[in-house]
Design a binder for this molecule. Structure first.
Ligand SMILES: Nc1nc2c(ncn2[C@@H]2O[C@H](COP(=O)(O)OP(=O)(O)OP(=O)(O)O)[C@@H](O)[C@H]2O)c(=O)[nH]1
Ligand SMILES: [Mg+2]
Length: 314
């Protein structure tokens, strides 16, 4: 494996949704229905379009016989990891305990073979849009989080409720794991901070060509959350037009937004704009401004933003 190739393993019980998550990330939505249980390891090498980093994703089938195989051939499956994702099907209440036990065993092995690896991403998966208001599942999620925290695993754990029917958290989790590995995340955050300051924007998100999150910045978390939430849908629209050979330059929505405690809604805009970066390709910039006139200011700033991004990417 070349130095630049990073290995991310996705683990969890059978039927948890691992292969679906990988496919989601791979944008092959129409294949999901045809999924069969994964026989042993399904290794996908995916070129991620930022800084030429290559990732191989090890989607490790969760059926019982394979689980024991991993434990027998630990070195192959657990060495050299740059990422460790664990998937729990929150709709499979009967097997919560089995899943947590499997996680505890895996965490020990991953730690043993990767003393440097700090982050563990846990997807509380199949949290589909139609159950997102259900108190039962909210309680189950809290239960799972508490239970896992009480294991005191030697990792910094981030929990993401997720669903293939609402992929924003899948994209977020994957993006942040990758960008952290490049060491450029902080620089990109910094230029985005300058951008929001100069343009009086309330939130800004920088995305790669395949809509991975590179950096984000917001005055209030809520603003950021709804920007990131609509990325999967907005990007689908932009891609769809590309299929008709219509090049999208930007997508702009005029919105009425509640500004903090003020009762009256403010007129604002959300836009997503493609920015070409010389010798690299393109990135997308999403911005929320609580003042519709700010768009011109933001668009004027974009060439200098592009230049700064270019310098970081090189
Ligand atoms: N409701 C719901 N179903 C999902 C979701 N993600 C995956 N599934 C379904 O769950 C089933 C199992 O998904 P897989 O991705 O094959 O599960 P896996 O973890 O790879 O299973 P193994 O390969 O056996 O380890 C499939 O029928 C998927 O369509 C989700 O977010 N919500
Ligand atoms: Mg699978």
């Amino acid at each position: 494996m070349s130095e630049e190739q990073k290995k991310i393993s996705i683990l969890g019980l059978d039927n948890a949704g691992k292969s679906s998550i990988v496919l989601y990330l791979d944008r092959k939505f129409n294949l999901i229905r045809k999924l069969r249980p994964t026989k042993s390891a399904n290794i996908i090498t995916q070129s991620v379009d930022i800084l030429g980093l290559k990732f191989s994703i090890w989607d490790l089938g969760g059926q019982k016989q394979y689980r024991s195989e991993y434990l027998e051939n630990k070195e192959i499956y657990f060495s050299n990891l740059s990422g460790f994702f664990y998937v729990i099907d929150i709709q499979d209440e009967q097997r919560y305990e089995i899943s947590i036990n499997y996680l505890a065993n895996l965490a020990k092995l991953v730690r043993e073979y990767n003393p440097e690896l700090k982050d563990l991403v846990i997807f509380l998966h199949k949290y589909d849009p139609e159950i997102q208001d259900s108190e039962k599942y909210l309680n189950n999620i809290e239960y799972l989080k508490d239970k896992i925290k009480s294991l005191t695993l030697d990792f910094t754990i981030t929990f993401y409720p997720s669903s293939i029917y609402d992929g924003s958290n899948l994209i977020k989790a994957f993006s942040f794991s990758i960008i952290r590995k490049t060491g450029k995340g902080e620089l990109l955050e910094k230029i985005l901070k300058d951008y929001t300051k100069q343009t009086w924007s309330s939130a800004a998100v920088l995305l790669s060509e395949s809509y991975l999150f590179l950096a984000s910045r917001a005055t209030e978390e809520q603003y950021l959350n709804f920007c990131t939430d609509i990325v999967p849908d907005l990007s689908k629209v932009m891609d769809r037009l590309n299929r008709w050979d219509v090049k999208t330059e930007d997508s702009i929505m005029n919105v009425l937004i509640k500004d903090g405690k003020a009762k009256k809604r403010k007129r604002g805009i959300i836009f997503m704009k493609r920015i070409n970066i010389e010798d690299y390709g393109s990135v997308y910039l999403m911005t929320l401004c609580l003042n519709e006139k700010i768009r011109d200011r933001a668009y004027e700033y974009i060439p200098s933003l592009a230049e700064k991004i270019k310098n970081i990417i090189e």
